[in-house]
Design a protein around this ligand. Structure first.
Ligand code: NAP
Length: 305
């Protein structure tokens, strides 16, 4: 008999606190679907929550994981938009890392057939965060923006969306990712003490807005470059210390997820998969995430069907 294999934790700590348990399959409620997992993306927030980050409220035992892709295998009585057999991707509240995910049907968009499972599983959370953060600033074609951690999950998508909107994008990464940034139309700079001089030399006419996906050191440098605080958005830290903005992902938007998947399929946005691990090796996947130096995403995959 098929059972649901669930990644969960019952105490805070490193990847070693994650355990795999088998549970009976549950039927979806009237407005829910059950999705058989194919791939799921790891996010820094998953690790922060597992470590006991104060911004998260956790009741043990708890699941983990927020973005996934899979195949609909059961639908609730009131669900009309999705059917058994549909390939979908989306985000769920803390519980993407299980082989059979039951969640509100409204969390899922259809996965285009041409979108690889690993990319679909890693796209929804970072993609919509990037989309919503970029949309929060009144930037126009021809203006210049700066993005920290531009080769990471959110930063990579945000930078490419901005390029597609005609913005000039200066993005920070380690030198190892500069060629990739250039290949996506992003002007690379190296994070660290030389960043302010490097950006200033590239953008003497000024910077309209800055998007932070790293934290304090990047935000300090954006302000040093003269970007007004209300034109700096961070997704990586508490904004109150600097009086900057913190616009992250809003409620699930199916049109946004559809637009993102279409852009990826068209090759207009690339979401590189830095590393892929089998479902059972989720702890190792988190160890890879913790290195902090990724081009794109770490995913876990589940072979079923
Ligand atoms: N709703 C929300 O607001 C929301 C949603 C998603 C994520 N977030 C947050 O946004 C942040 C970014 O998430 P993510 O998934 O994009 O992270 P990520 O993919 O794990 O970021 C990795 C990137 O960080 C870069 N990096 C490492 N050290 C750096 C430094 N000192 N300065 C600048 N960049 C550096 C790395 O570049 P190299 O590899 O070149 O070293 C790498 O490409 C996290 O804090 C996350 O929790 C918030």
């Amino acid at each position: 008999m098929v059972s649901n294999r669930v990644v969960r934790f019952t105490r805070f700590g490193g990847p070693e606190v994650l355990e795999l348990v088998a549970e009976p399959l549950t039927a979806p409620g009237p407005q829910e679907v059950r999705v058989e997992l194919r791939a799921a993306g790891l996010n820094p927030a998953d690790a922060k929550r597992r470590e006991g980050g104060p911004q998260y409220s956790v009741t043990f035992p708890t699941g983990i994981g927020r973005e996934l892709a899979g195949v609909v295998e059961a639908v609730g009585a009131e669900v009309t938009r999705l059917a058994v057999g549909d390939e979908v991707f989306g985000t769920v509240p803390d519980g993407a890392f299980q082989t059979h995910v039951v969640a509100d049907a409204g969390f899922f968009a259809r996965k285009p057939a041409a979108l690889p499972w690993e990319v679909a599983g890693a796209l929804a959370l970072v993609g919509q965060t990037a989309w919503d953060a970029l949309a929060s600033q009144p930037v126009e074609a021809g203006q210049t923006i700066v993005v920290s951690a531009a080769a990471g999950g959110v930063g990579g998508v945000l930078s490419q969306l901005a390029v597609l909107r005609g913005l000039r994008v200066i993005g920070s990464s380690s030198p190892a990712n500069h060629d990739w940034l250039r290949s996506r139309g992003i002007e690379p700079v190296t994070y660290g003490p030389g960043l302010v001089a490097e950006v200033y030399a590239l953008a003497r006419d000024g910077i309209t807005a800055a998007f932070d996906l790293h934290g304090q050191s990047a935000v300090r440098q954006f302000l040093e470059l003269g970007v007004p605080p209300h034109r700096v958005n961070t997704n990586a830290m508490d904004p109150s210390e600097f009086g900057i903005r913190h616009v992250g992902r809003g409620p699930t938007s199916i049109p946004t997820l559809d637009a993102l998947s279409a852009l990826v399929v068209a090759g207009d946005v690339e979401l590189p998969i830095a590393a892929s691990f089998p479902f059972d090796e989720v702890a190792d996947a988190f160890r890879r995430l913790a290195t902090g130096h990724l081009r794109g995403k770490v995913v876990i995959t589940s072979e079923q069907g």
